[in-house]
Design a protein around this ligand. Structure first.
Ligand SMILES: NC(=O)c1ccc[n+]([C@@H]2O[C@H](COP(=O)([O-])OP(=O)(O)OC[C@H]3O[C@@H](n4cnc5c(N)ncnc54)[C@H](OP(=O)(O)O)[C@@H]3O)[C@@H](O)[C@H]2O)c1
Length: 341
């Protein structure tokens, strides 16, 4: 995706132009590129499966190729190729990313408001930036805002080898916590261990509540970071210590039927939070603070970004199927076909 223009927020909503780039702008392989060549990378993440596709009428279970013309995808990195009138904070050639809004990043080109564009530091390559902006800021919220992890905490991270999960484990570990991670397959255990999990539970084979009770000698954990949702929600509450904190930030397996009964929290005086990125990036200062912490962690080596899967944009449906079949780990990046390596 290229940001064709950064327009003031008061202007028209985002518009995508899907014509291929001129031949002279097609790119050489990524590793040969100087940093500011317009390589273009789109995010893929599970919002698209779990919160968008379910809204589409059947029988279109994986209608992504047609969705190039609709509002799919909500995070991207690109090079600014034009700026709107009055925009002074960015210029043509700047590398920027955005996360969460506007929709429509499954496209070759996109127009976005300047107010959501985040400058990508020169030290961070495009694929890494495209892999981490949204996921990194999503990890920043639980660990640094909703429940601030401190040395000595014990933390349970579900889907520890997922895109956000991988970053959460690394970040909590770096902050001095004991990290327990859950994963669905043996293949994901190694990555979770490398990412700082002292204990990894294969929750498709073992009862994770029983294992957490064993690991914590019955004490439970200070906090659970849970984006799996329906399949883990009740068990997560059971893993918490007295006055523990449940941070539910997603629902990859589906939502638990709402409302959550207040009485579920009472036996241990539990705290339940459901943070969303948009509410922690309500203004430019908060947005740049969140992105800045993520970039600083990458540049200092606290966070290793796992861009484990790169697909062409035309393969988006396959990428979604792999994600849904739990065949992926770390981040997934879509690259427009004109950027084929
Ligand atoms: N609150 C926010 O503002 C915010 C922002 C962005 C994303 N999110 C949420 O954060 C969550 C993680 O995002 P992500 O980008 O890290 O996704 P991801 O890389 O796809 O990770 C999701 C993981 O969930 C696990 N999972 C469990 N049940 C699943 C199922 N039925 N289908 C697919 N995966 C399942 C899988 O790990 P295992 O195979 O190991 O179980 C998978 O790797 C998502 O729920 C997303 O909606 C929230």
């Amino acid at each position: 995706m290229v940001c064709t223009a950064c327009i003031p927020p008061t202007c028209a909503p985002p518009v995508r132009r899907l014509k291929p780039p001129p031949a002279d702008r097609r790119l050489r392989p990524l590793h040969l590129l100087p940093l500011l060549q317009p390589i273009r990378a789109d995010f893929l993440h599970s919002f698209s499966i779990h919160e968008l596709l379910v809204l589409l009428p059947p029988p279109c279970r994986h209608p992504l190729p047609q969705l190039h013309h609709t509002d799919t995808g909500k995070e991207a990195v690109g090079v600014v190729s034009a700026v709107g009138p009055g925009v002074t904070s960015f210029k043509v050639g700047d590398v920027v990313g955005y996360a969460d809004n506007p929709m429509g990043s499954y496209a070759e080109e996109q127009i976005i408001p300047a107010s959501v564009a985040v400058p990508i530091p020169h030290a961070i390559d495009y694929i890494t930036a495209a892999s981490v902006l949204m996921k990194g800021m999503t990890a920043y919220i639980p660990v640094r805002q909703a429940f601030k992890v401190q040395r000595g905490h014990t933390v349970l991270v579900h889907a520890a080898a997922g895109g956000v999960g991988s970053l959460l484990c690394q970040w909590a570990n770096a902050l001095g916590a004991t990290v327990i991670g859950t994963v669905s397959t043996e293949e994901k255990v190694g990555q979770a261990t490398q990412d700082g999990c002292q204990h990894v539970i294969v929750y498709t084979k073992e009862d994770f509540v029983t294992r957490v009770v064993e690991i914590t000698s019955g004490g439970g954990v200070h906090v659970v970071y849970d984006a799996v949702g329906k399949d883990t929600f009740q068990g997560s509450l059971a893993c918490l210590m007295l006055r523990g904190c449940m941070i539910s930030y997603g629902q990859s397996s589906g939502s638990r039927p709402d409302p959550v009964r207040l009485s579920d929290l009472a036996p241990k005086s539990l705290i339940l939070g459901r943070p969303g990125l948009m509410h922690y990036t309500t203004n430019r200062d908060e947005l740049l603070q969140a992105a800045g912490e993520v970039f600083a962690c990458i540049m200092s080596g606290v966070l290793q970004v796992r861009a484990n899967h790169v697909y062409l944009l035309s393969e988006a449906a396959r990428a979604h199927k792999d994600l849904e079949a739990r065949r992926t780990s770390g981040s997934i990046v879509l690259i427009p076909d004109s950027q084929r390596l």
